[in-house]
Design a protein around this ligand. Structure first.
Ligand code: G3P
Ligand code: CA
Length: 319
């Protein structure tokens, strides 16, 4: 089936519902009856995460949404990076050998190169592709604006604001920068561009609450990890999440251990989006497609973040 079919299939229901004046998205934020394929850091199983190559491939592979994790540079520019430091996914050690800082975690000390220590101009000198494979040499760290320009009209955008509290301590306002950027691009309202819906995610409840206070009307999704306090994963916890978010996004381990949480979330009016599905770690499942199929159609979650958007199962297993 062609890629244009999937793009049209995603866009048309959204546009139709919006034109009819009905609630745009349901439950929480997704078109009813459609399972959603979110490219985690782009098609990051096949190309270096958060690069143009990874985002373009995600679109080619039929992703409904592309996920950028967002950090901030010293001069306040949003950039697409998962880590708060540059050394894992760029050649910063080579280009700026004297600018590492010592960080101690537990008993281990190591040098790190925080994103917030560098201006955008400095970060743009880095190679963000060679670590993944020589064929990706020359890929650059992307700004959020460059990501929007690459994806707009072809898929939705699912930004995660990383460590907003840590950036606030440095005088950098990541949530406000995100809203300003979305506004500048005319993407700050649900339905503003039916071909490019936007959903914002965060592990920080307070940051989502703040986005609402800043006037954000876009769907918000609360990420819950394995270390989060257990009382979120309860009927009452889901109702508390519903006060500041439209959806909940637990790790797949949480749903494996507590499958009834999907029902609790639905009862509270939340959608359920699981992370993260990757061909390199499929647990007891034979492959990543089988694993996604299980959670989407047997556990009935709405959406998944995956490094392998090409393996997303659009249908339940045929009888
Ligand atoms: O945002 C969903 C998932 O990406 C959360 O994990 O660490 O990959 O951002 P992480
Ligand atoms: Ca993420």
């Amino acid at each position: 089936m062609s890629l244009s079919f999937f793009r049209t299939a995603l866009a048309l229901p959204l546009a139709t519902i919006a034109l009819a004046g009905l609630p745009l998205l349901t439950p929480g934020q997704y078109p009813r009856g459609r399972k959603i394929n979110i490219a985690h850091r782009g098609a990051s199983a096949y190309a270096p995460e958060h690069t143009l190559a990874a985002y373009r491939l995600a679109i080619e592979q039929g992703a409904d949404y592309v996920e950028p994790d967002l950090q901030m540079t010293k001069d306040g520019v949003l950039v697409c990076l998962h880590d708060a430091t540059l050394e894992r996914t760029t050649n910063v050690r080579t280009v700026y050998p004297d600018r590492g800082r010592m960080e101690t975690i537990g008993r281990e000390a190591r040098s790190v190169w925080p994103v917030a220590d560098f201006t955008l101009e400095e970060i743009k000198r880095l190679d963000a592709g060679s670590w993944f494979g020589p064929q990706f040499a020359g890929e650059r760290v992307l700004t959020f604006q460059e990501m929007i320009d690459a994806v707009r009209g072809q898929a939705g955008i699912y930004p995660e604001i990383k460590h907003p509290a840590r950036y606030a301590a440095l005088g950098l306002d990541l949530p406000r920068a995100l809203l300003d950027s979305l506004k500048k691009n005319g993407l700050d309202r649900p339905g503003a561009d039916p071909r490019t819906p936007v959903i914002i995610q965060s592990f920080e409840a307070d940051s989502l609450r703040r986005l609402r206070r800043l006037g954000c009307r876009l769907p918000l999704v609360f990420l819950v990890d394995d270390e989060a306090p257990g009382d979120w994963i309860s009927p009452a916890g889901m109702r508390r999440i519903r006060r500041f978010a439209d959806g909940v996004s637990p790790s797949k381990r949480i749903v494996a251990q507590t499958p009834e949480m999907v029902r609790w979330a639905r009862a509270a009016g939340l959608s359920v989006t699981l992370y993260t599905f990757k061909s390199s770690a499929t647990g007891d499942f034979p492959d990543v497609e089988a694993e996604m199929r299980h959670f989407l159609y047997e556990r009935d979650v709405d959406a998944v973040f995956t490094n392998n958007p090409d393996r997303f199962p659009r249908q339940p297993r045929p009888e």
